[in-house]
Write a protein that binds this ligand. Structure first.
Ligand SMILES: [Zn+2]
Ligand SMILES: [Zn+2]
Ligand SMILES: [Zn+2]
Ligand SMILES: [Zn+2]
Ligand SMILES: [Zn+2]
Length: 340
């Protein structure tokens, strides 16, 4: 009886020992999949899928390593935003990628560019805008007698006196002569107008024009013979435009003036307006008048916008008026009936 109890105990003990050593051997080869430390045979450990962790800290760090990284602040996050393949931990990190509206200073995902760097949010774009620069009006807006309202900057910097206009036009005329060898010798009458006055002179509705070039040939007939009496060249510019926009408009009208003298036969409005826009654009680009170049480039109007792109493509690298003239003559030859 005693012997059998002993052998049972021994057998039990032996099997227990065997079992234990097998287990220990297995445990000795186990390492933590996060920190790389060996996991002791008697230590508790955590297991997730096919990975072992020596403690909760290692397990938590591993779980965190699977989370996406915020592309702005570099933090890992459990709930956040993804936009265009990028991760953002919070609304404020996401908002740093939005542009700041120049008017309300909020960062908004949607809006419009009013120049390469000028961003207006959707809301501000809908506000009543300055008639000269198209920026939203604020409480400093100035109302003009022709119904237009100007922003504070345009009201302050806008051209409102005839003497200012004349001196700007004179220097502009000289700049075009120097830069593009584009010049005419005749006298041009300059007039600074408000919207009502410009509308009266315009062939169109005059609602959106910023300037006008008007040519008149006053003729005298004498016994059924026509004697040229006097050619009249007039440039009208809408008042209240800040100097950069004014110069863009002035260059456009002076291009019409040059065309009237050099290529009067061209009557295709797309070429006429497209060329005037092209000269204004080339001048503004050289003078870094960014608001002017941007406005011309973005114009979707069929006559002005498409005309500009058409003429710009025609001109290629040509940068003088005599080269432009050759190109335009080739595209629009003088009709043979005119005798030339
Ligand atoms: Zn570990
Ligand atoms: Zn972040
Ligand atoms: Zn805004
Ligand atoms: Zn303005
Ligand atoms: Zn024009």
């Amino acid at each position: 009886m005693l012997k059998s109890f002993f052998s049972l105990f021994l057998a039990l003990c032996l099997s227990c020992l065997l079992c234990g050593s097998l287990f220990a051997a297995k445990r000795n080869t186990m390492t933590c999949d996060w920190c790389g430390k060996k996991i002791a045979s008697d230590a508790s450990f955590l297991r997730s899928e096919d990975k072992n962790f020596c403690n909760e800290k290692c397990f938590n760090q591993y779980v965190e390593s699977l989370l996406p990284v915020c592309d702005v602040c570099g933090k890992r996050f459990k709930s956040g935003f993804t936009s265009e393949g990028k991760n953002f931990c919070s609304k404020s990190c996401l908002e740093t990628t939005f542009r700041e509206c120049v008017h309300c200073h909020r960062r908004e995902p949607k809006g419009y560019l009013v120049g390469d760097d000028i961003f207006l949010c959707e809301y501000c774009r809908e506000l009543p805008a300055c008639a000269s620069c198209m920026m939203p009006l604020d409480r400093f807006a100035k109302d003009l007698d022709d119904g237009r309202s100007l922003c504070r900057d345009c009201a302050r910097d806008g051209i409102f006196t005839v003497s200012e206009m004349k001196s700007l036009m004179a220097s502009l005329r000289q700049e075009l002569a120097d830069r593009f060898k584009m010049s005419t010798d005749h006298t041009i009458e300059y007039e600074l107008c408000n919207r009502t006055e410009l509308k009266k002179e315009s062939a169109g509705d005059g609602e959106h024009e910023l300037g006008l070039f008007i040519f008149n040939r006053h003729t005298l007939t004498f016994f059924s013979r026509t004697i040229h009496n006097r050619d009249e060249f007039r440039i009208l510019v809408l008042n209240g435009q800040p100097p950069d926009i004014f110069r863009g408009v002035g260059a456009h009208e002076l291009a019409h003036d040059w065309m009237q003298e050099n290529l009067p036969h061209i009557d295709d409005p797309q070429i006429r307006e497209g060329f005037a826009e092209f000269v204004s654009w080339a001048y503004a680009k050289a003078e870094k008048l960014d608001r002017v170049t941007w406005r011309i480039e973005q114009n979707t109007d069929q006559v002005y916008g498409d005309g500009f792109r058409k003429v710009r493509d025609m001109m290629g690298d040509a940068r003088t008026a005599s080269e432009w003239k050759k190109i335009l003559l080739k595209a629009c030859p003088v009709p043979s009936a005119s005798g030339k």
